[in-house]
Write a new protein. Sequence first.
Length: 172
Amino acid sequence: MLNLITMKITSLSLITALTMCFALTAPTSLKAQDMAAEKKVMKADSLFWSGYNSCDLGLQERLIADDIEFYHDKGGVTMGKTAMLASIEKNLCGPDYRLRRVPLDSTVKIHLLKSADTVYGALITGEHVFYLKPSGKPERLDGHALFANLWLLKEGKWKMSRVLSYDHGPAK
């Protein structure tokens, strides 16, 4: 009888130990997955804005969703990839001037979006400033605004899906 009780206690101790082991490693594993997802989406975001600043429409095209929606508090709504790229080309990459966007790093935050424990998207928020470079003239600080960019993971690739740029005003 004593051996049976000892075996039950040992079995319970083993089950408890294994449960504790899984409980302690699961958050670490999820945290590592979250960090990897954050790194990948931030790389995609950085690449998109690098393309924006250099007027590389091909790079931007690869990183935005077909059904992108862009909401601007001064310029209105732009719907769809074709319209978005045409707007960037016409309004920001013309022969008369170029615009350069710079996020204020200390304000940028990333919020992962999950279904259960699976990351399906990320919201990147913060403040950004814009520099205007008229042709033949020096670049100057032009404005300040808030932003919220929704990135969705589609078929293993991060795609910018929704963009909100608002509270535009003079540079601070």
